[in-house]
Design a protein around this ligand. Structure first.
Ligand code: ATP
Length: 589
């Protein structure tokens, strides 16, 4: 900020000085009267004002400070007005030259003299209209457009009984359920076990056991297995480690076969990162490193162990739609795996994990390739076997029977009584072994056969995506405001400011102190705190946009009133922050 500007603020903003006529912040430094715009500014009642005390700015507006969303102009393409800001040679007066880590993509407030119409699809038109501003670009940059202070685009579904401008607090945040789910997952990811006896491995530390049962069976892989969450020492990210106890590596190539799984990129296959052997557990263990999905459950845990509130095991039929969802996901995973010239091999329900509602993933790919490496079974045979495993998995879930092998025919009949003939036919097709010389099964044939169900699974995934996009767009605003609050937090109340003239009552930055009170410390006429999220959001958005609207700030001792525009405040914030970023010795701090 230039000297001239500081001088102007000092000079024109003291209510007691004889030359003060409380309205102007004109750049020329001349005093002026309160404009009608300033007079309608939302008044600020400082915290210290006792009940019934007349405020010094009561002349300006005697109303108590209330946030009235109706006063916010709705943003519509028709009233899309541009602040009166001029651009010289495309430079931005407000922009700090120093690096600003809190600044998001430069959504500059400085506008072309020709208004930018975001509804215009033809960008070449824009370029020709504002040729001096919109230079032809080879790389994408965020389109320059005015940052309106009334953001939070209303994306449905909407409550019917609210007026256009009314908002509920939870309109600004993601739904509770989603927030809770994400938060629990974050907590699980960061969870550590104090006094853990688990060892630290070469590249992984802070192991946390994920197994809930102490009983370990060796039925699936031939070795008892354990699952841990661990932190990589290389990148600090969390991974899932599956340890097979007592495995002795006899052929180096066995473990190398794991790298072939890097070719598989499927949403239904947990990515295999690495495999190695270790003696850190006091035995000879084989470790598989895969991606980690917090709070996932195996299909056994999800479908076979639910209990009612009396602790009794219940068995309810899994809805057919869910089964078709699983079938679609597994079909697509097998397609990826077979295309990569590999076979899934392990589709045991205890090795298929549920990572979100109806979202499943194969969690134990590559393991049998290593532990049964010596058998050298032909790929074609293993791929054909995948269809059989697939059929058994669906049959298990549909009939709530973990061992349908024993009475497969009876289980298929039971499935036919509960579900559609189409589902029964699909499972039967998967379970029927192909006898040479009959043609082998192919995953492409299978996918064509279930295409109608794939389409509906695809559609529900589009709906989920829409919902999440709408949540994300809301969080976009929160992220932006958080950065602004972080910025304000870094400049306000720093101990280094004590004794700094700029922050003293005659200093230009004094306004930032008062603005902080104005935003966060509103009180009513009785001096009781008024906590209004709407007020805070509105103020911060206006500050971020640097709008021309003026507000009156009252000093804590009620002796001074400052009329200041958000544009001025924004300059002050950026100036103070810019100085802070210059570091000690260089700036004024
Ligand atoms: N990639 C992963 N990310 C996060 N958690 C996982 C992952 N893979 C497995 N898990 C979780 O680890 C736990 C233990 O898995 P495991 O395969 O040992 O199942 P299990 O039911 O104990 O089977 P078994 O009886 O064969 O040991 C399960 O709760 C599972 O959801």
């Amino acid at each position: 900020m230039g000297k001239k500007h500081r001088h102007r603020l000092k000079k024109s903003l003291n209510v007691e000085s004889p030359s003060f006529t409380p309205a102007t912040l004109s750049v020329s430094g001349k005093s002026a009267a309160i404009t009608s715009q300033a007079a309608t500014a939302v008044p600020f009642t400082p915290r210290s004002i006792a009940s019934g005390t007349a405020t010094p700015n009561s002349q300006i507006d005697p109303e108590p400070p209330t946030f009235n969303p109706a006063t916010i102009r709705e943003f519509t393409p028709q009233n899309y007005e541009l602040p009166q800001t001029t651009v010289q040679n495309g430079t931005t007066p407000d922009t700090q030259s120093s690096y600003d880590p809190f600044q998001m993509t430069p959504l500059t407030q400085v506008l072309p003299t020709t208004p930018y119409n975001p509804y215009l699809e033809d960008s070449t038109n824009i370029a020709s209209n504002g040729a001096s501003y919109y230079q032809p670009q080879t790389t994408y940059t965020a389109p320059a457009q005015p940052l309106q202070y009334h953001l939070y685009a209303p994306i449905g579904p909407h409550r019917e009984d609210l007026l256009a401008y009314q908002r509920l607090t939870h309109d600004f945040f993601m739904p509770e359920k989603l927030r809770e789910d994400l938060q629990k997952k974050a907590e699980a990811t960061l969870q550590v076990m104090p006094n853990s006896q688990l060892p630290t491995l070469d590249n992984y530390h802070t192991l946390v056991a994920l197994d809930t049962s102490h009983h370990k069976s060796a039925t699936v892989f031939g070795f008892p297995g354990w699952v841990y969450k661990a932190t990589s020492s290389k990148n600090g990210k969390m991974y899932c480690l599956r340890r097979l106890e007592g495995y002795r590596l006899t052929n180096e190539n066995a473990i190398r076969s794991v790298k072939d799984w890097r070719r598989v990129d499927s949403g239904t296959v947990v990515s295999v990162i690495d495999a190695f052997t270790t003696r850190a557990f006091g035995d000879s263990s084989l470790i598989f490193v895969t991606d980690y999905f917090p709070l996932s459950k195996t299909l056994v845990e999800h479908h076979f162990t639910s209990t009612n509130r009396f602790g009794h095991r219940t068995s309810t039929n899994v809805p057919e739609k869910v089964l078709w969802g699983y079938i679609s996901q597994i079909g697509s995973a097998i397609k990826s795996v077979h295309s990569a010239k590999l076979a899934v091999r392990c589709m045991d329900p205890s090795k298929v994990i549920l990572t979100d509602k109806s979202r499943i993933r194969f969690s134990a790919c590559s393991i049998l390739d290593v532990v049964q490496y010596e058998a050298q079974r032909p790929l074609a045979e293993l791929q054909q076997e995948d269809f059989l495993h697939f059929g058994k998995l669906i049959l298990s879930i549909a009939t709530n029977n973990l061992a349908p092998n024993q009475a497969m025919k009876a289980a298929v009949d039971q499935l036919g009584r509960t579900y559609s003939p189409e589902l029964k036919e699909t499972v039967t097709w998967l379970l029927t072994p192909t006898q040479p010389p009959a043609a082998v099964k192919s995953i492409d044939d299978f996918i064509s056969g279930i295409s109608a169900h794939l389409v509906s699974a695809f559609d529900s995934s589009l709906h989920t995506q829409d919902t999440l996009t709408s949540e994300l767009s809301r969080e976009l605003e929160n992220g932006r405001l958080f950065r602004l609050i972080a910025k304000l937090g870094t400049i306000n109340e720093r101990p280094e400011y004590d004794g700094d003239r700029n922050w003293s009552e005659n200093g230009e930055r004094y306004m930032l102190k008062l603005f902080r009170d104005y935003v966060f410390h509103q009180v009513d006429a009785e001096g009781r705190p008024v906590v209004g999220l709407g007020h805070i959001l509105s103020c911060l958005n206006k500050l971020d946009a640097g709008v021309e609207e003026k507000i009156s700030l009252v000093s804590r001792d009620e002796q001074n009133v400052f009329v200041v525009s958000y544009r001025e405040l924004k300059k002050l914030v950026n100036g103070a922050f810019g100085d802070l970023m210059k570091g000690p010795g260089k700036g004024r701090y």
